[in-house]
Design a protein around this ligand. Structure first.
Ligand code: AHR
Length: 498
């Protein structure tokens, strides 16, 4: 135990609204992400709605997912949308050159994705092919999706079963074009983006589609500089990809379970680095976009470990532990702090790939610790940001290195409920906290996600081993609440209007 840290909600400071899209997700055609994870087909013995598995749909609906990005990732720049329309039994079977040379059946294509989006009630973020496609192909896809005129493409969509146009909110113009999307230099990609943008842009698009340009990898500040200078006025968003690896070495990233404190610490340090990355990219963007019109879209983030032993290394399947819950919590809090520049983020990836919300094994499904963080934090979507002042900033020290031990965010929901979410990164020390409660609310709900082991996780035999516990409402003396935030935990305190 350490000295109590006092938390104070600043009632005067208003931070604007937390964009719901900060809680967005990403589903790529990799391994068992789409096939088996989301899509089992209408003939499957696994209960499904038009081929989409019901257990997964139900679990995802409980998160109020705001937006889903698809079909990649690197897959996007190898994907040709025409392969995924029309009668399913006549769709071409293609070798997937990106993720393991497996056969892509194209059973899940445009109509299936848009059906999923409608069943989830979320926005669509379609990532289109710039690397191996053409301007015509991208522009045709947009017309097929969103057109309402009596054109041949729209007639084709109608013949394939969809009368009304769909709306897509976000269009990615290529993905990681500095590597898998064509190995381009930023100067070349900036010109390509401008060319594509000429044919896929308002006023043809109504309502408007946000066009997202391929942005930098992690700390590639030059990419941001060049893109903003040469194409900044043509884009609505610039993507940023930043993954948290325990070792920082792509060949030996470190295991998802059975890790030591060294890797606990280094993974969280990598996650906390998101703050520096956003700050520096945003400062570069400020030079040409001082009003922050262009959105920095962190459309791939999360922890990336060695794949589970015995699984296809290109399927990127990894377990998900309490450590991932901490990665998610601190990263989401960082997005809150930068919500004037970062207005969308997409965790990689939804099911069975990288830092997943859900894992499946045939008909079985489990919710990961990361899922539970998104469930605890969904109260922040669209809520008003509140500022929390801490009387002290305790640190978590490992060896010669330190991290802030606490990470906190607060919002006020439209019904007046104040929600604080908290994370304690230190695996050894609890942190007692005292919170001065505003007079118009009272503690209603205190939920804590923690476990004895750093790598605690859910299994198909015990899918609810690690879930947030509802604890008794914290003790209140006068207007001060006393809380204990356990070592290695993520928590939410809800204060209801009185
Ligand atoms: O999310 C997995 C892969 O990571 C994506 O396909 C790619 O964009 C990134 O390198």
């Amino acid at each position: 135990m350490s000295d109590s840290v006092e938390l104070r909600l600043d009632p005067a400071a208003r931070g604007g609204t937390i964009p719901p899209e900060l809680y967005g997700h990403f589903a790529e055609h990799i391994g068992r992400g789409i096939y088996e994870g989301l899509w089992v087909g209408p003939e499957s013995s696994i209960p499904n709605t038009r081929g989409l598995r019901n257990d997964v749909l139900e679990a995802l609906r409980q998160l109020d997912i705001p937006v889903l990005r698809w079909p990649g990732g690197c897959f996007a720049d190898a994907y040709h949308w025409r392969d995924g329309i029309g009668p399913r039994d006549q769709r071409p079977r293609r070798r997937d050159p990106i993720w393991g040379n497996v056969i892509e059946t194209n059973a899940f294509g445009t109509h299936e994705f848009m059906d999923l989006v409608e069943l989830l009630g979320c926005k669509a973020y379609v990532a289109a092919n710039l690397g191996s496609g053409t301007v015509q192909e991208m522009s045709d896809w947009v017309e097929y999706l969103t057109g309402s005129a009596d054109s041949t493409l729209v007639r084709e969509r109608r013949a394939n079963g969809r009368e009304q146009p769909w709306h897509i909110d976000y269009l990615g113009v290529g993905n990681e074009n500095w590597v898998c999307g064509g190995n381009m230099r930023p100067e070349y990609y900036a010109d390509e983006f401008r060319r594509y943008n000429c044919f896929v842009r308002p006023p043809y698009l109504k309502p408007a589609i946000h066009r997202i340009a391929c942005g930098p990898n992690e700390a590639d500040y030059r990419w941001t500089e060049v893109l903003m200078e040469r194409a900044g006025t043509a884009m609505d968003g610039l993507s940023l990809h930043a993954y948290s690896l325990p070792t920082g070495d792509w060949k030996r990233k470190g295991p998802a379970t059975g890790f030591d404190e060294n890797q606990w610490f280094s993974t969280l340090r990598a996650a906390v680095r998101m703050d520096e990355l956003i700050t520096r990219h945003s400062a570069i963007m400020d030079r040409t976009d001082p009003d922050r019109r262009v959105n920095l879209v962190v459309d791939e983030w999360g922890a990336w470990y060695d794949t589970e032993p015995g699984t296809n290394p290109r399927f990127l399947y990894q377990q998900n532990t309490l450590r991932d819950a901490l990665v998610a919590a601190v990263t989401l809090h960082i997005f809150h702090q930068h919500a004037d520049r970062v207005r969308m983020a997409n965790l990689a990836q939804t099911i069975n790939v990288l830092q997943s919300l859900i894992l499946t094994d045939g008909p079985r499904m489990l919710r990961t610790p990361t899922y539970h963080v998104f469930e605890l934090f969904k109260c922040h979507q669209g809520a008003e940001r509140l500022y929390v002042q801490l009387s002290a900033a305790p640190t978590y020290t490992y060896g010669a290195d330190t991290l802030p031990a606490l990470s906190v965010a607060a919002t006020r929901a439209p019904d007046g409920t104040v929600n604080l979410t908290l994370a304690n990164l230190d695996p050894h020390r609890d942190h007692p906290l005292s919170l001065r409660v505003p007079s118009n609310v009272a503690a209603a709900d205190w939920r804590v996600l923690t476990a004895a082991a750093m790598d605690a996780h859910n299994t198909f035999d015990e899918p609810d081993r690690l879930v947030p516990a509802h604890l008794p409402a914290p003790a209140q003396e006068a207007d001060v609440l006393q809380l204990n935030l356990p070592a290695k935990s993520v928590a939410r305190l809800s204060l209801s209007p009185v």
